[in-house]
Design a protein around this ligand. Sequence first.
Ligand code: DON
Length: 307
Amino acid sequence: MSTPFDYQALLDETLREEKKYGERGQVASYIPELRKADPNMAGIALMTTRGIFTAGDTAVNFTLQSISKVLTLLLALEHRGVEAVFAKVGSEPTGDSFNSIVKLETSEQKPLNPMINAGAIAVCSLLPGQSVEERFGLIADLLEKILGRPVQIDESVYRSEKETGHRNRALAHFLKDIHALEGDVEEVLDLYFRQCSILVNCADLARIGMFLAAKGINEAGKPIVSANAVRLVSTFMVTCGMYNGSGEFAIKVGIPAKSGVAGGILGVVPGRYGVATYGPALDRKGNSVVGISMLRRLSQVLDLSIF
Ligand code: DON
């Protein structure tokens, strides 16, 4: 009988060798509360069929930020259907930064994709419910089914972004004007700021990755969302999940992934693993520097690229 692969040793080595690259990045500062993060933090988690393996700062809580866009897109596809979602948002990469306002005025009168802020805000407006609480309940409920525990938001990050999110507010009003946003602008923004402020740790992200790798089936073996919704979301993660760094990430790492400005990266290795990293020091495109370095090494050793 062959010895099982030593995932723990691989993660320990990955962290040891790549952690230093965090120095090349900077913590996000445009949301004042995020400035408080320690740029030297680094963690990596791998969820396999044999269980979860972790190294470094994997129990530290941070906010989901843009990684939440994956969850709202899944929910909008499930509740509203593919046609209704793509009536409000496109499916092309932008080549611009995540919060860019530049390409909003397209001939199609909708944001280019659901991973940039404009597209994610439009998707948020599609979630059904009578109130922000009810709509947020759908997101919290989905996460609870994936993680097996209730989730909370970081109230100070939520307030900080709500008070200073002028660019997102501008995007939302523009979306309303072109009929790409349903309902009340402030309520939709409130939902968007809440979803961005959900607290997770790196190990949680690896579990979300495994849920997507298993085509929407949770750890208890229960189907939670359709395989088609997971396929669509995973495809967007490849083409737009790392924003204007998606092409380079596809070459270096080659897996569906989604980053957030608090420093998390969620990765999916279809049919095999959920993988996640944490490192709040970001590159100029808003992606974790140490996260990308660690994922690159892991991808080479475990031959993870889907290409
Ligand atoms: O909308 C924002 O600016 C943030 N709440 C989320 C942005 C984000 O995470 C971009 N990711 N790298």
